[in-house]
Design a protein around this ligand. Sequence first.
Ligand code: ZN
Length: 188
Amino acid sequence: MSDPDRIGIGETIALSSQRFLSSSLNLKFMNLANLRDLYQQVILEHYKKPRHKGKTNPVDRYQKGHNPSCGDTIELTLKLNDVGDRIEEVKFEGEGCAIAIASADLMADALRGKSMTEALEMVQRFQNMMKGEGEFPKEQRKLNVMQGVSQFPVRIKCANLTWHTLKAAIESSSDSQGSGCISNEVDS
Ligand code: ZN
């Protein structure tokens, strides 16, 4: 006879703990949502009006990257200084979601004048940021608008694609231009 009652109490406890959970989640999401609105605007701006679309002249490095989980494709071209140890310009072509394109545009912007070593450090920093670990220092803080993406595991690969492709472009020797297409799914 006490069975239905026990179920009743159980349900009440389940319900109230659910309510508690969802209200604390709402609070968390509210802060996230504010940030997201702000970042989303910047991301959409770079997606709609990318400033670094095209091909560099000359093309000192070329690398194509693909993110199968979303269908993003990025073709990066790099113009280096005479010695070949510093990036003068980065351009990209490709098709992808807003996150992938905005990430490429922001990256291209941030890389101008950077040494190869600095660029590789930035790859590492960006990938860490996507894991929720750390962010970029003040002079590169524009890249931190992508930080919110780390909350959306499905989108992390979209944001990482361009950096992943850059790493391959830097690590490839200059004479291996056009050497196939790297995929995001291989490592990381
Ligand atoms: Zn994507």
